[in-house]
Design a protein around this ligand. Structure first.
Ligand SMILES: [Zn+2]
Length: 359
Protein backbone atom coordinates (compact mmCIF):
# COMPACT_ATOMS: atom_id res chain seq x y z
CA UNK A 1 0.00 0.00 0.00
CA UNK A 2 1.33 3.36 -0.99
CA UNK A 3 0.25 5.66 1.81
CA UNK A 4 0.95 9.36 1.39
CA UNK A 5 2.24 10.83 4.65
CA UNK A 6 -0.03 13.84 5.11
CA UNK A 7 1.42 16.89 6.87
CA UNK A 8 -0.46 17.27 10.16
CA UNK A 9 -0.20 20.82 11.49
CA UNK A 10 -0.78 21.29 15.19
CA UNK A 11 0.08 23.70 18.00
CA UNK A 12 0.58 22.87 21.69
CA UNK A 13 -1.18 26.18 22.48
CA UNK A 14 -4.49 24.74 21.25
CA UNK A 15 -4.52 22.74 24.49
CA UNK A 16 -4.81 25.97 26.52
CA UNK A 17 -8.58 26.29 26.09
CA UNK A 18 -10.35 24.34 28.80
CA UNK A 19 -14.15 24.46 28.48
CA UNK A 20 -14.54 23.09 32.05
CA UNK A 21 -18.31 23.05 31.62
CA UNK A 22 -21.12 24.24 29.39
CA UNK A 23 -24.43 25.69 30.48
CA UNK A 24 -26.99 23.54 28.66
CA UNK A 25 -30.73 23.79 29.30
CA UNK A 26 -29.97 25.57 32.53
CA UNK A 27 -27.45 23.22 34.08
CA UNK A 28 -23.69 23.01 34.01
CA UNK A 29 -22.71 19.95 32.00
CA UNK A 30 -19.21 18.64 31.49
CA UNK A 31 -17.54 20.05 28.37
CA UNK A 32 -16.94 17.62 25.51
CA UNK A 33 -14.69 19.81 23.37
CA UNK A 34 -11.67 19.04 25.57
CA UNK A 35 -7.95 19.47 25.05
CA UNK A 36 -7.44 15.69 25.16
CA UNK A 37 -8.90 15.73 21.63
CA UNK A 38 -5.64 17.27 20.40
CA UNK A 39 -3.51 14.49 21.83
CA UNK A 40 -5.87 11.74 20.69
CA UNK A 41 -5.66 12.94 17.10
CA UNK A 42 -1.95 13.71 17.22
CA UNK A 43 -1.12 10.28 18.66
CA UNK A 44 -3.14 8.49 15.99
CA UNK A 45 -1.61 10.58 13.20
CA UNK A 46 1.89 9.82 14.52
CA UNK A 47 1.15 6.11 14.70
CA UNK A 48 -0.22 6.18 11.15
CA UNK A 49 3.05 7.64 9.88
CA UNK A 50 1.87 11.12 9.01
CA UNK A 51 4.25 14.08 9.29
CA UNK A 52 3.68 16.12 12.47
CA UNK A 53 4.48 19.80 11.91
CA UNK A 54 4.15 22.65 14.40
CA UNK A 55 2.18 25.68 13.23
CA UNK A 56 3.96 28.98 12.65
CA UNK A 57 2.58 32.34 13.79
CA UNK A 58 0.71 34.35 11.16
CA UNK A 59 -0.39 37.98 11.15
CA UNK A 60 -4.08 38.90 11.61
CA UNK A 61 -4.55 40.10 8.02
CA UNK A 62 -6.61 37.18 6.69
CA UNK A 63 -8.37 36.68 10.03
CA UNK A 64 -9.60 40.27 9.82
CA UNK A 65 -11.06 39.65 6.38
CA UNK A 66 -13.25 36.94 7.92
CA UNK A 67 -14.18 38.36 11.34
CA UNK A 68 -15.38 41.75 12.57
CA UNK A 69 -12.81 43.65 14.65
CA UNK A 70 -15.28 43.96 17.55
CA UNK A 71 -15.49 40.17 17.89
CA UNK A 72 -11.71 39.78 17.85
CA UNK A 73 -11.34 42.52 20.45
CA UNK A 74 -13.96 40.92 22.69
CA UNK A 75 -12.46 37.43 22.52
CA UNK A 76 -8.95 38.73 23.13
CA UNK A 77 -9.95 40.72 26.23
CA UNK A 78 -13.05 39.04 27.73
CA UNK A 79 -11.24 36.73 30.12
CA UNK A 80 -9.15 39.58 31.57
CA UNK A 81 -12.30 41.74 31.93
CA UNK A 82 -13.97 38.88 33.82
CA UNK A 83 -10.96 38.42 36.08
CA UNK A 84 -10.89 42.15 36.89
CA UNK A 85 -14.61 42.09 37.73
CA UNK A 86 -16.32 40.89 40.92
CA UNK A 87 -17.02 37.42 39.58
CA UNK A 88 -14.49 35.40 41.57
CA UNK A 89 -16.21 36.59 44.75
CA UNK A 90 -19.74 36.61 43.33
CA UNK A 91 -19.88 33.29 41.56
CA UNK A 92 -16.53 31.65 42.22
CA UNK A 93 -15.81 30.69 38.67
CA UNK A 94 -13.56 32.13 35.97
CA UNK A 95 -15.56 31.56 32.75
CA UNK A 96 -17.25 34.36 30.86
CA UNK A 97 -20.94 33.42 30.68
CA UNK A 98 -23.48 35.69 28.96
CA UNK A 99 -26.63 36.32 30.95
CA UNK A 100 -28.56 38.37 28.42
CA UNK A 101 -28.69 38.57 24.64
CA UNK A 102 -29.43 42.00 23.13
CA UNK A 103 -31.42 40.64 20.20
CA UNK A 104 -34.29 42.67 18.70
CA UNK A 105 -36.51 40.92 21.28
CA UNK A 106 -34.79 43.08 23.92
CA UNK A 107 -33.87 46.24 22.06
CA UNK A 108 -37.07 46.51 20.01
CA UNK A 109 -35.38 48.83 17.56
CA UNK A 110 -33.92 51.17 20.18
CA UNK A 111 -30.35 52.35 19.54
CA UNK A 112 -28.58 49.81 21.76
CA UNK A 113 -24.98 50.38 22.81
CA UNK A 114 -22.35 47.96 24.15
CA UNK A 115 -22.91 46.95 27.78
CA UNK A 116 -20.22 47.96 30.28
CA UNK A 117 -20.45 44.78 32.39
CA UNK A 118 -18.74 41.88 30.65
CA UNK A 119 -21.44 39.38 31.64
CA UNK A 120 -23.93 41.54 29.73
CA UNK A 121 -21.57 42.49 26.91
CA UNK A 122 -20.86 38.81 26.19
CA UNK A 123 -24.37 38.39 24.79
CA UNK A 124 -23.49 40.83 21.99
CA UNK A 125 -21.21 38.15 20.51
CA UNK A 126 -22.10 34.79 22.09
CA UNK A 127 -25.23 33.24 20.67
CA UNK A 128 -25.48 30.34 23.09
CA UNK A 129 -24.59 29.51 26.69
CA UNK A 130 -22.42 26.50 25.86
CA UNK A 131 -19.41 28.34 24.52
CA UNK A 132 -17.66 29.92 27.47
CA UNK A 133 -14.50 32.03 27.38
CA UNK A 134 -11.79 31.10 29.88
CA UNK A 135 -8.19 32.16 30.53
CA UNK A 136 -6.65 30.18 27.63
CA UNK A 137 -9.48 30.44 25.12
CA UNK A 138 -8.18 33.29 22.98
CA UNK A 139 -4.64 31.88 22.76
CA UNK A 140 -5.96 28.45 21.74
CA UNK A 141 -8.46 29.77 19.19
CA UNK A 142 -5.81 32.01 17.67
CA UNK A 143 -3.33 29.10 17.56
CA UNK A 144 -5.95 27.02 15.72
CA UNK A 145 -6.11 29.78 13.09
CA UNK A 146 -2.32 29.53 12.77
CA UNK A 147 -2.70 25.77 12.19
CA UNK A 148 -5.14 26.45 9.34
CA UNK A 149 -2.93 29.15 7.80
CA UNK A 150 0.20 26.98 8.07
CA UNK A 151 -1.67 24.18 6.28
CA UNK A 152 -2.57 26.63 3.52
CA UNK A 153 1.12 27.57 3.23
CA UNK A 154 2.04 23.90 2.79
CA UNK A 155 -0.56 23.39 0.06
CA UNK A 156 0.48 26.61 -1.64
CA UNK A 157 4.06 25.26 -1.63
CA UNK A 158 2.95 22.13 -3.47
CA UNK A 159 1.62 19.64 -0.94
CA UNK A 160 -1.49 18.02 -2.45
CA UNK A 161 -3.19 17.91 0.94
CA UNK A 162 -2.45 19.25 4.42
CA UNK A 163 -4.41 18.65 7.61
CA UNK A 164 -4.87 21.35 10.26
CA UNK A 165 -5.47 19.96 13.75
CA UNK A 166 -7.62 22.92 14.73
CA UNK A 167 -9.02 23.01 18.21
CA UNK A 168 -11.28 24.63 19.33
CA UNK A 169 -13.24 24.00 16.11
CA UNK A 170 -14.55 26.87 14.01
CA UNK A 171 -17.42 26.24 11.60
CA UNK A 172 -20.14 27.59 13.90
CA UNK A 173 -18.35 30.95 14.37
CA UNK A 174 -19.89 33.72 12.27
CA UNK A 175 -18.26 36.94 11.15
CA UNK A 176 -19.37 38.75 14.32
CA UNK A 177 -20.29 35.99 16.74
CA UNK A 178 -19.31 32.78 18.44
CA UNK A 179 -21.14 29.68 19.61
CA UNK A 180 -21.39 25.92 19.18
CA UNK A 181 -17.98 25.44 20.88
CA UNK A 182 -16.44 27.59 18.10
CA UNK A 183 -14.74 30.99 18.42
CA UNK A 184 -12.83 31.72 15.21
CA UNK A 185 -13.75 30.19 11.84
CA UNK A 186 -10.64 28.22 10.90
CA UNK A 187 -12.12 26.82 7.67
CA UNK A 188 -13.31 30.27 6.62
CA UNK A 189 -9.85 31.68 7.23
CA UNK A 190 -8.30 28.83 5.20
CA UNK A 191 -10.67 29.48 2.29
CA UNK A 192 -10.02 33.22 2.42
CA UNK A 193 -6.27 32.61 2.51
CA UNK A 194 -6.50 30.34 -0.56
CA UNK A 195 -8.43 33.12 -2.33
CA UNK A 196 -5.75 35.66 -1.41
CA UNK A 197 -3.03 33.30 -2.64
CA UNK A 198 -4.58 33.26 -6.11
CA UNK A 199 -7.37 30.68 -6.31
CA UNK A 200 -10.33 32.44 -7.91
CA UNK A 201 -12.89 29.96 -6.64
CA UNK A 202 -12.57 27.81 -3.53
CA UNK A 203 -14.96 25.05 -2.50
CA UNK A 204 -15.66 24.22 1.14
CA UNK A 205 -17.12 20.76 1.81
CA UNK A 206 -18.32 20.32 5.39
CA UNK A 207 -18.83 16.72 6.53
CA UNK A 208 -19.31 17.47 10.23
CA UNK A 209 -22.54 16.05 11.64
CA UNK A 210 -23.86 19.60 12.08
CA UNK A 211 -24.29 22.30 9.49
CA UNK A 212 -21.52 24.90 9.74
CA UNK A 213 -23.79 27.90 10.12
CA UNK A 214 -20.84 30.24 10.67
CA UNK A 215 -19.07 29.29 7.47
CA UNK A 216 -22.34 29.31 5.55
CA UNK A 217 -23.15 32.81 6.80
CA UNK A 218 -19.68 34.24 6.12
CA UNK A 219 -19.85 33.25 2.44
CA UNK A 220 -23.63 33.30 1.86
CA UNK A 221 -23.62 36.27 -0.52
CA UNK A 222 -20.32 35.51 -2.25
CA UNK A 223 -19.73 33.49 -5.41
CA UNK A 224 -15.95 33.07 -5.00
CA UNK A 225 -16.23 30.61 -2.08
CA UNK A 226 -18.75 27.76 -2.34
CA UNK A 227 -20.11 26.17 0.80
CA UNK A 228 -21.58 22.66 0.72
CA UNK A 229 -22.56 20.66 3.79
CA UNK A 230 -23.97 17.24 4.62
CA UNK A 231 -25.42 17.11 8.14
CA UNK A 232 -28.21 15.88 10.35
CA UNK A 233 -31.48 17.66 9.56
CA UNK A 234 -31.89 20.71 11.82
CA UNK A 235 -35.63 20.21 11.33
CA UNK A 236 -35.33 17.04 13.43
CA UNK A 237 -34.26 19.20 16.39
CA UNK A 238 -30.50 19.32 15.97
CA UNK A 239 -27.93 22.13 16.12
CA UNK A 240 -27.89 24.71 14.56
CA UNK A 241 -31.71 24.38 14.73
CA UNK A 242 -32.66 27.57 12.87
CA UNK A 243 -30.56 27.26 9.70
CA UNK A 244 -29.07 24.49 7.56
CA UNK A 245 -32.13 23.65 5.45
CA UNK A 246 -31.94 22.54 1.83
CA UNK A 247 -33.68 25.63 0.48
CA UNK A 248 -30.87 27.93 1.73
CA UNK A 249 -28.86 28.26 -1.48
CA UNK A 250 -27.12 31.64 -1.16
CA UNK A 251 -28.09 35.25 -1.80
CA UNK A 252 -27.15 38.07 -4.16
CA UNK A 253 -23.92 37.32 -5.98
CA UNK A 254 -23.74 34.08 -3.98
CA UNK A 255 -27.06 32.72 -5.24
CA UNK A 256 -26.50 29.03 -5.92
CA UNK A 257 -23.13 28.96 -4.12
CA UNK A 258 -24.47 27.35 -0.93
CA UNK A 259 -25.72 23.78 -0.81
CA UNK A 260 -27.17 22.08 2.28
CA UNK A 261 -27.84 18.34 2.23
CA UNK A 262 -29.68 17.51 5.47
CA UNK A 263 -30.06 13.84 6.38
CA UNK A 264 -32.50 12.04 8.66
CA UNK A 265 -31.48 10.77 12.08
CA UNK A 266 -30.03 7.27 11.84
CA UNK A 267 -28.53 7.77 8.36
CA UNK A 268 -25.55 5.45 7.78
CA UNK A 269 -22.71 5.22 5.26
CA UNK A 270 -24.65 4.75 2.02
CA UNK A 271 -26.73 7.95 1.81
CA UNK A 272 -24.05 9.94 3.65
CA UNK A 273 -21.40 9.00 1.08
CA UNK A 274 -23.81 9.75 -1.76
CA UNK A 275 -24.11 13.27 -0.35
CA UNK A 276 -20.31 13.62 -0.04
CA UNK A 277 -19.96 12.47 -3.67
CA UNK A 278 -22.61 14.98 -4.71
CA UNK A 279 -20.70 17.83 -3.05
CA UNK A 280 -17.37 16.68 -4.53
CA UNK A 281 -18.90 16.67 -8.03
CA UNK A 282 -20.50 20.05 -7.37
CA UNK A 283 -17.26 21.87 -6.47
CA UNK A 284 -15.58 20.40 -9.57
CA UNK A 285 -18.50 21.30 -11.86
CA UNK A 286 -18.47 24.84 -10.48
CA UNK A 287 -14.82 25.35 -11.37
CA UNK A 288 -13.23 25.44 -7.93
CA UNK A 289 -9.43 25.12 -8.02
CA UNK A 290 -8.86 24.48 -4.32
CA UNK A 291 -10.76 22.62 -1.62
CA UNK A 292 -11.26 23.13 2.11
CA UNK A 293 -12.71 20.16 3.96
CA UNK A 294 -14.40 20.84 7.28
CA UNK A 295 -13.64 17.44 8.78
CA UNK A 296 -15.98 16.84 11.67
CA UNK A 297 -15.98 13.18 12.67
CA UNK A 298 -18.99 13.52 14.97
CA UNK A 299 -21.18 11.90 12.30
CA UNK A 300 -19.62 8.63 13.49
CA UNK A 301 -21.90 6.00 14.94
CA UNK A 302 -20.35 6.11 18.42
CA UNK A 303 -20.23 9.90 18.78
CA UNK A 304 -22.39 11.29 21.60
CA UNK A 305 -23.19 14.55 19.80
CA UNK A 306 -25.17 13.33 16.79
CA UNK A 307 -27.54 10.57 15.64
CA UNK A 308 -25.77 9.79 12.34
CA UNK A 309 -24.24 6.31 11.98
CA UNK A 310 -21.17 6.74 9.77
CA UNK A 311 -18.41 4.12 10.19
CA UNK A 312 -14.64 4.46 10.09
CA UNK A 313 -14.77 2.86 6.66
CA UNK A 314 -17.26 5.54 5.66
CA UNK A 315 -14.81 8.27 6.66
CA UNK A 316 -12.04 6.51 4.70
CA UNK A 317 -14.30 6.45 1.65
CA UNK A 318 -15.20 10.13 2.13
CA UNK A 319 -11.46 10.90 2.07
CA UNK A 320 -11.11 8.91 -1.13
CA UNK A 321 -14.03 10.74 -2.76
CA UNK A 322 -12.75 14.20 -1.84
CA UNK A 323 -9.15 13.27 -2.68
CA UNK A 324 -10.35 12.08 -6.09
CA UNK A 325 -11.34 15.65 -6.94
CA UNK A 326 -7.60 16.16 -7.51
CA UNK A 327 -7.90 19.62 -5.95
CA UNK A 328 -5.21 20.91 -3.59
CA UNK A 329 -6.90 20.45 -0.24
CA UNK A 330 -6.69 21.91 3.25
CA UNK A 331 -8.46 19.60 5.70
CA UNK A 332 -9.56 21.43 8.85
CA UNK A 333 -10.61 19.65 12.03
CA UNK A 334 -14.11 20.46 13.29
CA UNK A 335 -16.15 18.27 15.68
CA UNK A 336 -15.66 14.73 16.93
CA UNK A 337 -15.97 13.98 20.65
CA UNK A 338 -15.69 10.27 21.38
CA UNK A 339 -12.08 10.14 22.59
CA UNK A 340 -11.52 6.37 22.23
CA UNK A 341 -12.22 6.45 18.47
CA UNK A 342 -11.60 10.11 17.57
CA UNK A 343 -8.01 9.74 16.36
CA UNK A 344 -8.75 6.62 14.34
CA UNK A 345 -11.64 8.32 12.53
CA UNK A 346 -9.41 11.23 11.54
CA UNK A 347 -6.61 8.98 10.29
CA UNK A 348 -9.18 6.86 8.39
CA UNK A 349 -10.21 9.99 6.53
CA UNK A 350 -6.59 11.00 5.87
CA UNK A 351 -5.76 7.49 4.68
CA UNK A 352 -8.55 7.68 2.12
CA UNK A 353 -7.58 11.15 0.97
CA UNK A 354 -3.84 10.37 0.94
CA UNK A 355 -4.12 7.03 -0.82
CA UNK A 356 -5.92 8.64 -3.68
CA UNK A 357 -3.35 11.38 -3.95
CA UNK A 358 -0.47 8.91 -4.09
CA UNK A 359 -2.20 6.87 -6.80
ZN1 LIG B 1 -20.54 18.90 14.87
Amino acid sequence: MNQYAVPVVWSPTTRDHDPAHEIWVGVATEGTEVSARVDAIRDSATAAGHRIIEATAHADEVLRRVHEPELLEFLATASDRWREGPYAELVGQDRVVPYLFPTPAMTGGLPARPAVAVHADAGRFAYDTMTLVGPGTWAAARAAVDCALTAVDLVSAGEPVAYALCRPPGHHATSAGFGGSCYLNNAGVAAESLRVSGHERVGIVDVDAHQGNGTAAIFYDRDDVLYGSVHVDPGAGWFPHVVGYADETGAGAGTGATRNLPLAEGTDDGPWLEAVQHLADWVIDEGCTALVVSLGVDAAEDDPESPLLVTGGGYREAGSILGSTGLPAVVVQEGGYHLPTLGGLVTSYLEGHGLTRSG
